[in-house]
Design a protein around this ligand. Structure first.
Ligand SMILES: [Zn+2]
Length: 641
């Protein structure tokens, strides 16, 4: 297949050993290999419900001389944007050569690299190891987070070693996997065949293997969501905790089919042979991981069937699918690394994630997975969150993108001051601004849809990685409609500015207002997270057990001296509950007295008086009189045009 990857693999003196293995090669092309150089990987997932996976991996050795082989465990995982390979949970590691146990050592600096002394006349180096599924904070795709007694999610990067300093495209692996009796599975890996109690796959590159997770379970249903006239098959493979979790309504299936149609209409191409939405309905939150030909979607137990999760879950799945174009086919050069050890550069994540999030909202609405009213509430919520994020005063969005590897695993406490991966919220508002300007300057003839087809689109059917730079992006926008895009983008990316600011919404003809009407997107988000979000009123975000997660510094709670990690024990001299606090906020609207809060932390009780009388306030979008409503125009379906 054509491959545009321009990097070269790093190479060390030990690379000579890899040449003996026949595996080290330049990253510019996938060269044909001798069959004897194929690595064989056999994964035993029969104990996945106990959160443990075991593997045996066999490496052909070509050199007859005694030498040292370096093998590495994947560290930088695509889509994670961080060095999240769960190396601490790699256990029972043993290397043998022709049955003899070898004394390996870990590199003292690189914890993901192993040095293995291979004796003379060795033909096959065998690695045996297991991955235990401890819960890994910040990695929603570790087996400790995804495995249950009835389902599991195998990400191959967690159960594979490969030759160090070697381009992933040049490593060929023949993989097989054993599953618990009676379990079904789904994966984008081609040509599976049952043999000897295991599922075997054709030899493929390490890149394709790691890009093709396998989801499995005993409660599973597959939905064909291929629109009429589309040649690539699109499947929704749903794994649930109970049969109730499989009862997706026919209307929702139609909406997912519409989503596929809308994606095709937007990008005018498909960069996969077929596409699998791999959905595991078992978690507490919505999270997803993108791949070229599939997405790994984690949703709550009833996430596919409950109305309250519909918009959030639908948008998540749209987001991960859009990554097949924006993130997999076209990828920022800094993220297009030749292997899984080289650090990734996240400076363009405001495109990779921000533009994907924008199109996810737009396509989910065009497809009917969420209504325009739901989208408006979600945009209002995003803007409101940015408005109170005082960390924007010291840290710009460019720094947030550059330091993404620190932020994914950062504590939720103090997020308002630290900032988080804000390109998921701020990015869509920037791209709404870009879309609005494109439409205005071209009098409606061109838009970000035009850009989608030109930059991320044809040739149809090409499965490849085509890296791009910031300059490529600006030039492509200029080709759609001449404008000083560099200044506009830099203004958004580099500014540290007092809140609020909403140029994206204003460009589309909308602004944010606060009323005492609940924001439905906020209600749905609280239903998923079980947190109590009072950040737009007294200024607190509270965990289900009463612990304050975050505080808005310039709010009544902030001025009263409250802080994250304090646990709320009492409200106006009664035992704390979320409902009691909400009622106290409503009552205080017509009273002079402050709201009295009792907290406990570090063995000390403390009392706080919160002088707040503005009631429960929620953000909503409102039209700006006299400005064209470009948002409604943007959300019009296109699949049947
Ligand atoms: Zn994403």
């Amino acid at each position: 297949m054509p491959f545009f990857l321009s990097h070269r693999a790093r190479c060390s003196p030990l690379c000579l050993c890899l040449l003996w293995l026949g595996l080290a090669l330049p990253a510019t092309a996938a060269l044909p290999q001798e069959p004897s150089s194929t690595i064989v990987l056999d994964v035993d997932a029969t104990t996945i419900s106990r959160k443990i996976l075991s593997a045996r991996e066999s490496f052909p050795v070509a050199s007859p001389l005694a030498h040292t082989v370096d093998l590495v465990y994947p560290k930088w995982i695509p889509g994670n944007h961080a060095p999240t390979g769960p190396i601490a949970d790699l256990v029972n590691l043993r290397f043998t050569a022709d049955g003899k146990v070898l004394a390996w050592v870990r590199d003292p600096v690189d914890m993901f690299r192993f040095h293995i002394p291979v004796p003379a006349e060795t033909h096959l180096l065998v690695a045996d190891f297991s991955l235990v599924g401890a819960y890994v904070p910040g990695n929603d795709f570790a087996p400790g987070n995804t495995s249950t007694p009835v389902q599991g999610d195998v990400n191959w990067d967690q159960v594979v070693l490969y030759p160090a300093d070697t381009a992933a495209d040049g490593v060929t692996i023949a993989a097989s996997i054993r599953l618990p009796d009676g379990w079904s599975y789904a994966t984008a890996l081609p040509h599976p065949r049952q043999e000897g109690g295991a599922i075997h796959f054709d030899p493929i590159s390490l890149t394709t293997l790691i890009d093709s997770p396998l989801m499995c379970g005993s409660i599973m249903r597959e939905f064909d969501i291929t629109p009429k006239g589309v040649s690539q098959r699109h499947l929704l493979d749903l794994f649930a905790q109970s049969p109730e979790g499989l009862s997706v309504s026919p209307e929702r299936i139609v909406a997912f089919r519409n989503l596929v149609g809308e994606a095709g209409a937007l990008f005018r191409s498909h960069h996969y042979a077929s596409y699998h939405f791999l959905v595991e309905a078992q978690g507490e939150a919505n999270d997803g991981l993108e791949h070229h030909q599939s997405s790994d979607d984690q949703v709550p137990e009833l996430g596919m069937v409950s109305a309250s999760f519909a918009a959030e879950g639908g948008t998540l799945m749209a987001h991960e699918m859009i990554h097949s174009w924006n993130g997999k086919f076209r990828r920022p050069a800094g993220l297009a690394t030749p292997d899984y050890q080289q650090p990734m550069v996240g400076e363009l994540l405001w495109v990779y994630e921000g533009l994907t999030s924008y199109w996810a909202e737009v396509l989910a609405t065009r497809a009917g997975l969420e209504t325009e009213a739901q989208l408006e509430d979600r945009l209002a919520l995003d803007q409101a969150e940015l408005d109170r994020r005082t960390g924007r005063n010291w840290r710009n969005l460019q720094d947030v993108s550059t330091s993404a590897q620190l932020l994914y695993s950062a504590s939720q406490q103090w997020t308002i001051l630290r900032r988080s991966t804000d390109y998921y919220r701020e990015g869509p508002l920037i791209w709404l601004q870009v879309d609005s300007i494109l439409r205005e300057r071209s009098k409606g003839a061109r838009s970000l849809d035009t850009f989608a087809a030109e930059f991320f689109g044809p040739p149809d059917g090409v499965i490849a990685v085509k890296p791009y730079t910031y300059d490529d992006l600006v030039a492509a926008l200029d080709h759609i409609a001449p404008f000083d895009w560099n200044t506009l983008l830099k203004d958004n990316l580099l500014a540290t500015r007092p809140t609020p600011v909403s140029p994206g919404l204003e460009a589309a003809g909308w602004t944010v207002v606060y009323t005492d009407e609940p924001n439905q997107a906020a209600v749905d988000a609280e239903s998923t997270s079980q947190q109590t979000d009072l950040s737009t009123s007294i200024g607190l975000l509270i965990d289900p057990d009463g612990t304050i997660v975050d505080i808005v510094p310039d709010s009544a709670a902030g001025r009263a001296g409250l802080a994250p990690a304090l646990k709320l024990m009492g409200v106006n001299h009664r035992v704390y509950s979320p409902d009691l606090l909400r009622q106290a906020i409503v009552n205080a609207e017509t009273q002079q007295q402050p709201i009295d809060l009792l907290t406990l932390a570090d063995g000390y009780y403390a009392e706080f008086s919160v002088d707040y009388h503005n009631g429960l306030r929620s953000p909503h979008l409102k039209r700006i009189a006299g400005k064209p409503d470009l948002l409604t125009t943007i959300l019009q379906p296109r699949r049947n045009q």
